[in-house]
Design a protein around this ligand. Structure first.
Ligand code: WT7
Length: 639
């Protein structure tokens, strides 16, 4: 069976079959992968507990699907093309054969360092090929990877390491991003002061910045590789995994303070990311596919590593940032490597658009045939710029809606098959059953309606639990509405039945396509000694999509407001990471609260948006007077 849907009619038939007979449908798709043993049962589920089991009884290793099975016919096909931060440094290409060799080699390094199936490994690396190698080596020996994005702070690393009880950390001396050299090992050292479970740290050389190697704990990646070479580079056969064994944990923010470890398992995740990758992008052999995300996020896991590699694709990864040495960097990369498919975030598109057309005019982008976006709703202006300037009006844009928890795309056009409308994710992929509900969980049927977006039937790529706390998984995703997975997003379905995601309906912000919980930012701000209380909301930001607006009650101590602002930003960077720094901090003497003490964020959101004409009902407030003061302060801050 051909995995790819070829026409809209084909899509409609496939979709219908997938809904009427999901088990037969997914079994058929799964036949396209390599299993050591097939499943006894396709699906066992209920959303009450929740219990979600796909392909029970099946045995596999995802790296055999991503590497070994391509070697015979496509061993010399590039698997990874790596473009360094500095355009003057040589790029690297790893063919499938070379990548397999390196993965086996590093798998043996992990084994030599005592790693066994089921162990949790924290990976904190820059965007270098060794990050892909480390991820796949974990998967090969059945260790569970927990990749932490290089922008997170020592405290965030420590929280994640402790939550999953990681035994080993893989990092590098540093990482290059634009003009910056980020001292990753030093940040890890700060984190490990709080982590008793970590016995070993493997350190890759990248920037040659000085590092402190602790005797008995820290070893160099390169030395460990040499040991394996001295052993004669033995192969490392892939560990046999159950379909429902854990593959990885990835932490993501929610409406409460503490990020949760989203758990994905081997079989379903493999099938789902492979199927959605090849379909949405209509990947053709030989095409060069470039996803600009970082592997520290789910987009990188699913659509730089596992999805493309399971399909034998050529996946281009980029170490740097789109604006360095200048805002033409992505276009230079497209030209240099003849990129056919480009997948990036609306925030990147907006910032490159704002830099001016001079950075794109004159670049040869004729190789591009398909485009994608992810992470947040895309505004029409950015969509048209992307379409005209980058796609020259000829490349379909797939606006892929999904989440860390969904593992892969749920609602997305299929390139060249599904019609597209700017700002719309369009239609559910096969196997995905979206429904809109009102506050009471009542289904909103028909077209030209909007509501809260839920999914009523499992798909193979969905999360199975939150690490170490199944009840939290149930609470967060399966308790709002009975027998439904709740996405946290608002959504409209237009008169044609096309879906448009309108944004989060919970207290979660989407800043440059990254999810940040307001409670998490508030907790961090509140750790500053001058802060008594704070409330964080999002506001429209021209480049980031949403900016972070903090209303802060500070104690008498502060004399210099600007300095206190910088101090608070520093605190947030320390506790979470620079990505969570507020864009605006307004000092207030009180917050709008109900008599029961609940902060009325609706009012703060309106003020932050600069729309104070209609603040709605404020009569239930404990002190309605505070609103006028906050309004005045906001106007002053805007200047
Ligand atoms: C949230 C998930 C999935 C990878 C990147 C973010 C928003 C995601 C879209 C889109 C509108 C989108 C949603 C979602 N989102 N893609 N195409 N259109 N909104 O992953 O950090 O798990 O965040 O991002 O609000 O719930 P994430």
């Amino acid at each position: 069976m051909d995995l790819q849907i070829k026409s809209f009619e084909d899509y409609q038939n496939t979709y219908q079959h997938s809904v009427e007979n999901p088990e037969a449908f997914w079994a058929g798709i799964a036949e396209n992968f390599y299993w050591r043993r097939k499943w006894n049962n396709v699906l066992d589920w209920n959303f009450k507990e929740p219990k979600i089991k796909w392909f029970e009884g099946a045995k596999l290793n995802i790296t055999e699907n991503c590497l070994d099975r391509h070697i015979y016919q496509h061993g010399d096909t590039p698997a990874i093309i790596w473009e360094p931060n500095d355009p003057n440094e040589a790029h690297r290409v790893l063919t499938y054969k070379q990548l397999l060799d390196k993965v086996e080699q590093f798998s043996n390094v992990l084994k030599n360092n005592g790693v066994r199936k089921g162990d949790r490994i924290c990976i904190y690396l820059p965007m270098v090929p060794e990050l892909v190698i480390a991820v796949l080596a974990c998967a090969r020996i059945g260790a569970i990877h927990s990749v932490v994005f290089g922008g997170f702070s020592a405290q965030s690393i420590a929280d994640r390491i402790n939550d999953a009880d990681c035994r080993l950390v893989i990092t590098s001396d540093g990482g290059f991003r634009g003009t910056k050299d980020i001292e990753l090992k030093s940040i890890v050292d700060d984190a490990l002061v709080q982590c008793k479970s970590v016995e070993r740290v493997i350190v890759l050389t990248r920037t040659r910045t000085p590092v402190s190697m602790i005797k008995g704990r820290d070893v160099w990646w390169e030395d460990e590789i040499k040991k394996v070479e001295t052993q004669g580079n033995p192969p490392c056969p892939a560990e046999e995994m159950d379909a429902e064994d854990m593959l990885f944990v990835l932490y993501t923010s929610g409406s409460t303070g503490k990020p949760k470890g989203v758990v994905h398992t081997c079989g379903g995740y493999m099938v789902y990311t492979g199927y959605t990758f090849t379909n949405a992008f209509q990947y053709q052999p030989g095409e060069v596919y470039f996803c600009t995300a970082d592997i520290g996020w789910i987009t990188g896991h699913s659509y730089i590593v596992y999805g493309p590699l399971s399909q034998g694709a050529t996946s281009l990864m980029f170490e740097g940032i789109p604006t360095w040495p200048d805002a033409g960097r992505l276009w230079d990369i497209v030209e240099k490597h003849h990129v056919n498919i480009l997948y990036t975030a609306p925030t990147a598109i907006r910032s490159l658009m704002a830099a001016g057309d001079s950075y794109v005019d004159g670049k040869n982008l004729s190789s591009i045939t398909k485009l994608g976006t992810v992470g947040e709703p895309i505004n029409e202006e950015a969509w048209h710029w992307y379409d005209q300037k980058i796609g020259h009006g000829k490349a379909p844009i797939v606006d892929t809606w999904w989440q860390t928890e969904t593992g892969g795309f749920l609602i997305s056009p299929i390139a060249g098959v599904t019609p597209t409308v700017p700002g719309y994710a369009m239609l559910p992929l096969p196997g995905v059953q979206p429904i809109l509900v009102d506050e009471n969980g009542k289904e909103i049927t028909g077209n030209d309606v909007s509501g809260n977006l839920c999914i009523k039937f499992p798909w193979p790529g969905m999360l199975r639990t939150t690490y170490g706390d199944h009840e939290r998984c149930r609470q967060t995703y399966f308790s709002a509405y009975e027998n439904l997975y709740f996405t946290g997003d608002g959504c409209l379905r237009d008169e044609n039945g096309y879906y448009r995601i309108t944004g989060r309906v919970d207290d979660v912000l989407n800043v440059s396509g990254h999810r940040i919980g307001t409670a998490e930012v508030e907790n961090a701000i509140n750790m500053h000694s001058d802060v008594i209380e704070s409330a964080v909301v999002g506001y429209p930001h021209a480049v980031k999509g949403q900016g972070i607006y903090a209303f802060v009650i500070a104690s008498q101590h502060h004399t210099d407001e600007e300095l206190t602002r910088l101090d608070i930003n520093k605190t947030v960077s320390r506790i979470i990471g620079a990505i969570a720094k507020p864009d605006k901090i307004q000092f207030v003497s009180g917050l709008p609260k109900t008599r029961s003490g609940k902060i009325m964020r609706r009012i703060l959101r309106k003020i932050a948006e600069g729309d104070t004409s209609n603040l709605g009902d404020t009569t239930t407030l404990l002190d309605p007077g505070v609103v006028d003061e906050i309004k005045e302060g906001a106007e002053k801050l805007r200047g």
